[in-house]
Design a binder for this molecule. Structure first.
Ligand SMILES: Nc1ncnc2c1ncn2[C@@H]1O[C@H](COP(=O)(O)OP(=O)(O)OP(=O)(O)O)[C@@H](O)[C@H]1O
Ligand SMILES: *[C@@H]1O[C@H](CO)[C@@H](O)[C@H](O)[C@H]1NC(C)=O
Ligand SMILES: *[C@@H]1O[C@H](CO)[C@@H](O)[C@H](O)[C@H]1NC(C)=O
Ligand SMILES: *[C@@H]1O[C@H](CO)[C@@H](O)[C@H](O)[C@H]1NC(C)=O
Ligand SMILES: *[C@@H]1O[C@H](CO)[C@@H](O)[C@H](O)[C@H]1NC(C)=O
Ligand SMILES: [Mg+2]
Length: 424
């Protein structure tokens, strides 16, 4: 691979695992460069591990790509080289957000009596102030509020804390769902947020790599593939380090698979007449935003039922999971006829008109017995429902739905904050 050349400006910071450089030609962006070493117990144990930076690079890149494509706001911009990526320049909020599904590690020490393996539903959230000198003390929400951090001109108040809390849960659920496709339990995770210096938005920043989570294949602690293996080493021998590295490689190989669709599906929109094509295009556009292929066909169950059933058979014949959407104005015969003759889901999405809509809708609602079609009036919502059906088996679709829910919640929160500020 030939990587692009960028002009590095000042080194903005250097930590235990990476260096951050300004980019001369791109204000607002930085280069995040991994260092070839692994640390544990606050760098007490520091060993060079050849190739580790490259593996970390791959893990971070894939995970951020997954989150980005799902719709989560992150600092990540693009891969730059084997060991570096370009990111939005952030002022980092000095908090580690920890999210747990299964109790293990330090949680057990701080909560004696809780057995390893206790499952948190809802997820357990904790935060730690990043302060190496004091071993990163656990903080309460109140402590964070009282600290009144101001970063890139944004004061971290209740609104910002709530956004980070909610985002952490959504990010965990997206990664958990994705790892489940590889039979891996995401046990816990720690992440950091920054304030984008250009947009003043709170975004997921820093990295997500092996150091950031515990992964148990098939939910089995003894097969763990994360950095705990390294922490647990009694003695750092070359053989032991090889094992840790093999584990790391195991994860970085699998992390690529997280970006692949589990089950291909499609939406087939049947319209009674081409006069409904604009309505159908809205459905197709929304399906595309979820990464679901969508095909439009014209057929009338009233005027050409043989054709309707032939088209149905065409899509039943190739084994691809299909959701049918029926778009028929006036009397909707199309959806009910489809629904009575296929085991695939059918969604009625009638294009209602102001004059007769209130009457016409009943042809989509009042069904003979034995029909399970649903009716959704908004074309975007019909596509969303189809996505929710595919999301049951395709994690990438599910992740987009999950991120969209978070983004809606954050937008409302910010709108409320803005309105409150105006009325003061
Ligand atoms: N997109 C970004 N913009 C600006 N700074 C960043 C960005 N991503 C990460 N950083 C910061 O780069 C610094 C170096 O990272 P590194 O992880 O090596 O530090 P560290 O030794 O682990 O210290 P820390 O305890 O702060 O994580 C950290 O302060 C980190 O917060
Ligand atoms: C770094 O990550 C990118 C993106 O996933 C990948 O193309 C590249 O091969 C990785 N480098 C190494 C050494 O794995
Ligand atoms: C995150 O939000 C949940 C639910 O509102 C709350 O119970 C929890 O205390 C918050 N966690 C932190 C660390 O702020
Ligand atoms: C996950 O486990 C199931 C059942 O044990 C198995 O059939 C499947 O192949 C596994 N999938 C992966 C990706 O390992
Ligand atoms: C994440 O885990 C995999 C496998 O355990 C490892 O190859 C990779 O290097 C890890 N990432 C980091 C930064 O340790
Ligand atoms: Mg760090």
């Amino acid at each position: 691979v030939a990587w692009a050349i960028v002009l590095l400006g000042q080194k903005l910071s250097e930590g235990k695992t990476k260096q951050i450089f300004e980019l001369v030609d791109e204000s607002g962006l930085v280069l995040v460069q991994s260092k070839d070493q692994i640390t544990a117990g606050n760098a007490v144990r520091k060993d060079q591990m050849e190739g580790k930076a490259a593996i970390a690079n791959k893990t971070t890149s894939c995970v951020f790509k997954l989150l980005q494509e799902s719709g989560i706001k992150t600092a990540y911009v693009k891969q730059h080289s084997d060991t570096a990526f370009i990111a939005a320049h952030c002022e980092m909020i000095p908090i580690e957000w920890v999210c747990r599904r299964v109790a293990t590690g330090s949680f057990l020490k701080r909560n004696p009596g809780v057995k390893e393996g206790f499952r948190f539903s809802p997820l357990k959230m904790e935060m730690f102030f990043k302060d190496d000198a004091n071993n990163d003390p656990q903080w309460s929400e109140e402590q964070l509020l009282e600290a009144k951090f101001s970063l890139a001109g944004l004061t971290i108040g209740q609104c910002e804390v709530d956004i980070m809390n909610r985002s952490t849960v959504a990010i965990f659920e997206i990664l958990e769902k994705s790892w489940a496709t590889q039979n891996c339990t995401l046990v816990d995770m720690k992440i950091e947020f920054g304030v984008n210096v250009k947009t003043q938005e709170i975004v997921l920043a820093d990295v997500i790599d092996n150091d950031s989570w515990r992964l148990w294949p098939a939910g089995d602690r003894s097969q763990q593939k994360d950095k705990q293996v390294y922490r647990d080493l009694k003695e750092v021998t070359p053989e032991a380090m090889q094992m840790v590295k093999r584990n790391f490689e195991w994860v970085s190989e699998r992390v690529k698979l997280l970006l692949e669709h589990q089950a291909g599906g499609r939406v087939v929109v049947l319209m009674g007449s081409t006069s409904d094509v604009a309505h159908c295009e809205k459905i197709r556009k929304a399906c595309t935003s979820y990464g679901i292929p969508c095909i439009l066909r014209v057929t009338s169950a009233h005027k050409g039922p043989d054709e309707t059933l032939r088209i149905k058979a065409e899509y039943e014949g190739d084994g691809i999971p299909t959701v049918f959407v029926a778009v028929a104005g006036r009397s909707n015969g199309l959806g009910p006829v489809m629904s009575g003759n296929t085991a695939y889901p059918v969604i009625n999405c009638p294009p209602l008109t102001p004059d007769w809509g209130a009457q016409d809708v009943w042809s989509s609602l009042r069904m003979p017995s034995g029909l399970g079609c649903s009716t959704i009036l908004s074309p975007e919502a019909a596509a969303q429902f189809a996505a929710q059906i595919f999301g049951l088996t395709d994690h990438l679709v599910w992740c987009k739905l999950r991120a969209s829910m978070l983004n809606t919640w954050v937008s409302l929160k910010l709108a409320d904050k803005k309105l409150q500020a105006c009325s003061l």
